[in-house]
Design a protein around this ligand. Structure first.
Ligand code: COA
Length: 260
C-alpha cells in the first residue's frame, strides 16, 4: 500500500480500513484528502488482496465535518464547478467500486461528510453520529452529489427538508429515514463493520460486483435497469463461481469462490 499524508490505511484479512486523518479539523475534506481518496480507491480497484473496504474518520468526534471551508474563499464560478466536478469524480468512483465499501460513521457527517457516507454502498452509524447538509448556511448547495444521493436514499420530501433547513439529525433519526443501514454502540462500530464486510466478501465476488452495477443502473439516465439486470444475470451464469455455488448447495457444503 502507498503512504498517504491525510489517510491511514490498514489491510487485514482482505479488508482495507481507510481512516481520514485530520482529527484537529474534524477530518474536513481538503484538496489533499480528495486527491488521496482518489488514489486509494484506485488501489482498491487494482489490488487483488483488497476484498472490501471500510471508510471512517479519526477520533471520537467526527467522521467528516464537510468540505474544508478554508479552501472556499475567493473561489470563482469556474473554480467552484471544477471543485464540484473533482468531488463528483472521486465519489462516483467510490460508488461504482466493484468491491463493497462501507462507511463507519463515527460522529459528525456533515456536508461533504454526509455525501461521502452516501457514496459508500452501506452506512453503519455509531450512536453519537450526526448527519446534515448545512451548505445553505454558507450560501452554497451540496457539490459532491448530496442533492441526488440524499433524494435517492430518503425521498424528495425529507431530502428537501434537510437541504433547505440545514438541520442536523441524530443517528436514530437517520436510521428511521433510511439514511443509515444500522446504528450500533460506538465501541462496537468497527468490529460490526468488519463482520459485515466479511459476510459480503464471503459471497461470490463477481456476483456482488454485478449487484452493485445493477442497482446503480436504476439511477443512471438513459439506462434501463431491468435490461442491465438481464445482461448481468447472464454474465454471472457464465462464471466458475456460479458452477461452484450451485454445486456446493447440491452437495451440502460451503462454496469456495475464486472470483472467476
Ligand atoms: N472546514 C474546515 N475546518 C473545519 C470544518 C470544515 N468543514 N469543520 C470543522 N473545522 C475545524 C474548525 O474550524 C476548528 O478548527 P480550529 O481549531 O483551527 O479553529 C476545528 O475543526 C474544530 O471544530 P469546532 O468548530 O471548534 O468544533 P465544535 O465542536 O465547536 O463544532 C461542528 C463542530 C461540526 C458543529 C462545527 O465544526 C461545524 O459546524 N463545522 C462546519 C460544518 C459544515 O458547515 N460543513 C459543510 C461544509 S460545506
Amino acid at each position: 500500500m502507498k503512504e498517504y499524508a491525510t489517510l491511514l490505511t490498514e489491510l487485514s484479512e482482505g479488508i482495507l480500513l481507510i481512516t481520514i486523518n485530520r482529527e484537529d479539523k474534524l477530518n474536513a475534506l481538503n484538496k489533499t484528502v480528495i486527491g488521496e481518496l482518489d488514489d486509494v480507491i484506485d488501489e482498491v480497484y487494482n489490488n487483488p488482496e483488497i476484498k472490501g473496504v471500510i471508510i471512517t474518520g479519526k477520533g471520537a468526534k467526527s467522521f467528516v465535518a464537510g468540505a474544508d471551508i478554508t479552501e472556499f474563499s475567493g473561489m470563482s464560478e469556474e473554480q467552484g464547478k471544477a471543485l464540484a466536478r473533482r468531488g463528483h469524480d472521486v465519489f462516483d468512483k467510490i460508488e461504482m467500486s466493484p468491491k463493497p465499501i462501507i462507511a463507519a460513521v463515527n460522529g459528525f457527517a456533515l456536508g461533504g461528510g454526509c455525501e461521502l457516507a452516501m457514496a459508500c454502498h452501506l452506512r453503519i452509524a455509531s450512536e453519537n453520529a450526526k448527519f446534515g447538509q448545512p451548505e445553505v448556511k454558507l450560501g452554497i448547495i451540496p457539490g459532491y452529489g448530496g442533492t441526488q444521493r440524499l433524494t435517492q436514499l430518503i425521498g424528495k420530501g425529507k431530502a428537501l427538508e434537510l437541504l433547505m433547513t440545514a438541520d442536523t439529525i441524530d443517528a436514530t433519526c437517520a436510521e428511521k429515514l433510511g439514511l443509515v443501514n444500522d446504528v450500533v454502540q460506538t465501541v462496537e462500530l468497527l468490529e460490526i463493520c468488519r463482520a459485515l464486510v466479511a459476510k459480503i466478501t464471503s459471497m461470490a465476488p463477481y456476483a456482488v460486483a454485478q449487484v452493485i452495477q445493477s442497482v446503480y443502473a436504476h439511477f443512471k439516465s438513459g439506462i434501463d435497469g431491468f435490461d442491465t439486470e438481464i445482461d448481468l444475470f447472464g454474465k454471472c451464469v457464465a462464471t466458475n463461481d456460479f458452477t461452484e455455488g450451485t454445486a456446493a448447495f447440491l452437495q451440502k457444503r460451503k462454496a469456495k469462490f475464486s472470483g472467476e
